[in-house]
Design a protein around this ligand. Structure first.
Ligand SMILES: NC(=O)c1ccc[n+]([C@@H]2O[C@H](COP(=O)([O-])OP(=O)(O)OC[C@H]3O[C@@H](n4cnc5c(N)ncnc54)[C@H](OP(=O)(O)O)[C@@H]3O)[C@@H](O)[C@H]2O)c1
Length: 233
């Protein structure tokens, strides 16, 4: 693989994957609001707000056309949104979470798949929360469940590209700190467990995960397109 597009390359999993790809001599094209704190000639980064459909529609396609077409795309950018009881989360917050975690990926895929050289592989970073109703995950869980179906539908519509939605496991990143430091976490069993796991140093590093992802990508191509997979299984 020569060129990979990674969304959310400025932090956590996306940053570790960006660095691992650059170390292997790949060209990395990266999208996030902050630019990754990486200086490397192989990195081409665009500052883009995935919560703003106008920003995406105006600026993504021209930038994409200005460089090499990515052979693989990792739709990794994501936000937690408001955690807690779904009944208490305002619709505006759910809409914002859906815009970043789900709808932005539709806009990016539409531009990528309409191009002359569509990617051979798309991996969307999903979550175990997409398939289990974990108390407190609210809009995040909804957005990742919808992301899984979005990936399944694109797989049906675009058989020349291989699609996977992939849960990475529990990884020590800024998002995980936000999740496990929620002030009233004791009311939510999974959030409390995450907090204890993090304090006990039981979470994998994003750097370790990045190496596993690079090994997993070719393996995923051998399975059916459009499936949800958990990297831990
Ligand atoms: N860490 C875990 O244990 C875990 C478990 C399951 C799934 N995941 C998934 O893994 C992915 C990466 O998470 P992470 O843990 O690495 O979190 P992170 O460190 O918070 O990174 C999130 C990335 O998403 C980008 N992003 C957020 N909002 C954006 C926006 N409006 N426009 C553009 N980019 C935006 C951020 O960049 P900017 O802030 O610079 O915009 C950042 O690069 C997420 O999809 C998450 O749901 C993580």
């Amino acid at each position: 693989m020569n060129c990979i597009l990674i969304t959310g390359g400025s932090s956590g999993i996306g940053l570790a994957l960006t660095e691992a790809c650059l170390e292997r001599g790949m060209k990395v094209r990266s999208l996030s609001r902050r630019l990754p704190d990486v200086s490397h000639p192989g990195l081409d980064a665009l500052s883009l707000d995935l919560a703003d459909p106008d920003d995406v529609e105006e600026n993504f396609a021209p930038w994409l056309a200005s460089g090499p077409a990515p052979e693989a795309v990792v739709l990794n950018a994501g936000i937690l949104g408001q955690l807690g009881n779904l009944a208490e989360v305002p619709l505006e917050d759910l809409e914002q979470t859906m815009r970043v975690n789900t709808w932005a990926n539709k806009l990016l895929l539409d531009a990528l798949l309409a191009g002359e050289t569509p990617p051979a592989q798309v991996v969307a970073i999903s979550s175990g929360a997409a398939t289990q109703a974990l108390h407190g995950f609210a809009g995040y869980a909804l957005s990742k469940a919808a992301l899984n179906m979005l990936i399944g539908l694109y797989a049906v519509e675009f058989p020349k590209t291989h699609f996977t939605s992939l849960a990475p496991g529990i990884i020590a990143t800024p998002m995980q700190e936000e999740l496990s430091d929620m002030p009233d976490r004791a009311s939510y069993a999974t959030l409390q467990t995450l907090h204890e796991t993090r304090l006990a140093g039981g979470m994998r590093s994003a750097e370790d995960l990045a190496l596993d992802l690079l090994e997993a990508f070719p393996r995923l191509l051998k399975g059916p397109s459009g499936q949800f997979a958990d990297l831990r299984e």
